[in-house]
Ligand binder design. Structure first.
Ligand SMILES: *Cc1c(COP(=O)(O)O)cnc(C)c1O
Length: 379
């Protein structure tokens, strides 16, 4: 028997092989997916209802010897079905491995990396977004080597008016890429299409309206993506359509921007089972619309009940609520709820440190949350 002898390596410290910007990078922190069973999971805004029986059957029927083949590289059938659904053309749609994939592609395609020089065109290197909003945006900016431009929302999380943004002077109307989470996450607040349109009209760069939660809202802004060539709307099958596991999202917008995104994506960025599952979902929409209504009803009940217990609840147009709990710190509340086997999300960020984000689950899950909250508030 020979003993394996390790060659002395020419590379003593592999860290130095990593780009400094990547060494410094603060990666995105996903919500916990617990290993232990029996926890009530209200921390990552998943849908409490399963995909429809027809969707499950379609996916199961696709699991056979064909798994050895590459899937359709452009998700053609899915894009055509989405185009019909949104009354546009397949050329107006690009599909991604979750909408996160598309947000990354937009950053890659539209934002110039910064060289850090004083003479560069700063706006062309800028990824702009409100805070609080989706915490992935700054990470995407950092990966691209772009400049971040985070601009605080008002105290009550409403969308600032263009005139307010002009007078504040921190907002960049020329920014290469502006992300707007609408309805907002993590606040849950809905934004009126008229306000979004005014903002889009004032922007000279690309605007991505991230509508991950829009099926739980009163309005959507898809028409803006079809009317303005610099506006893209991002949608996902994850939250409203119970398909987080499969990873399917898409962007709608001007064919020229879509073609640019198509150039920089991986050839097979959407796996075959995901294409099958998303396509079957579009053929079974009434099932999902019923679930939206159920979640909206539970949201109303939960909002009213927690308000009675002394929680300050931000009005929500999503499948989660942002609440400011009474008596203890939000972090302590998160821990107390965890001890009672209920997971909620707490963000250690200045604007929302005093809040918890709670996914709206089933009525039974909401009841369990309320019972635990009662104990904690009185304890
Ligand atoms: C969940 C979420 C996404 C990502 O959704 P995927 O399609 O699962 O990648 C994008 N934006 C916001 C605001 C989200 O909350």
């Amino acid at each position: 028997m020979t003993t394996m002898k390790r060659e002395p390596s020419a590379v003593a410290n592999p860290d130095r092989l990593i780009r400094p910007s990547v060494q410094r990078l603060h990666a995105y922190v996903p919500g916990e997916q617990p290993k232990i069973k029996g926890l009530i999971k209200l921390n990552t805004n998943e849908n409490p209802y399963p995909p429809s029986a027809r969707v499950l059957r379609s996916i199961q029927a696709a699991v056979d010897g064909r798994l050895r083949l590459y899937p359709n590289p452009t998700a053609q059938a899915l894009r055509e079905a989405l185009a019909q659904h949104h009354r546009c053309r397949a050329e107006n749609i690009v599909v991604g491995n979750g909408s996160d994939d598309l947000l990354a592609l937009a950053t890659r395609a539209f934002v110039e990396p910064s060289r850090g020089s004083k003479r560069e065109n700063v706006s062309r290197c800028r990824v702009q977004y409100f805070i609080p909003s989706y915490s992935l945006y700054p990470v995407l900016a950092d990966i691209q080597g772009a400049r971040r431009n985070p601009v605080p929302l008002a105290e009550d999380f409403r969308l600032p008016q263009v005139a307010e943004l002009r007078s504040q002077q921190t907002w960049d109307f020329e920014a290469a890429l502006t992300f707007v989470t609408t309805p907002n996450a993590p606040s849950g607040r809905g934004y009126r299409t008229a306000g979004l349109e005014a903002l889009c009209r004032a922007q000279r760069g690309v605007v991505v309206l991230d509508e991950a939660y829009v099926d739980f809202a009163q309005e959507h802004a898809l028409s803006l993506a079809l009317r303005y060539p610099h506006v893209l709307v991002a949608r996902t099958f994850s939250k409203a359509y119970s398909l987080c596991f499969l990873r399917v999202g898409y962007l709608v917008g001007d064919a020229r921007l879509i073609a640019a995104l198509d150039k920089v994506r991986d050839s097979y960025n959407v796996n075959g089972l995901a294409q099958v599952g998303a396509l079957a979902t579009l053929r079974d929409l009434p099932y999902y619309q019923r679930n939206f209504r159920r979640i909206i009803r539970t949201r109303a009940r939960l909002t009213a009940t927690l308000a009675k217990l002394g929680f300050e609840v931000v009005p929500s147009q999503t499948n989660f609520i942002l609440v400011r709990p009474p008596r203890h710190t939000a972090q302590a509340w998160m821990q107390e709820l965890r001890a009672r086997r209920i997971l909620v999300r707490w963000f250690d960020a200045p604007a929302i440190r005093n809040y918890l984000r709670i996914t709206v689950g089933t009525n039974a899950e909401a009841d369990a949350l309320v019972a635990a909250a009662r104990q904690i508030a009185e304890g």
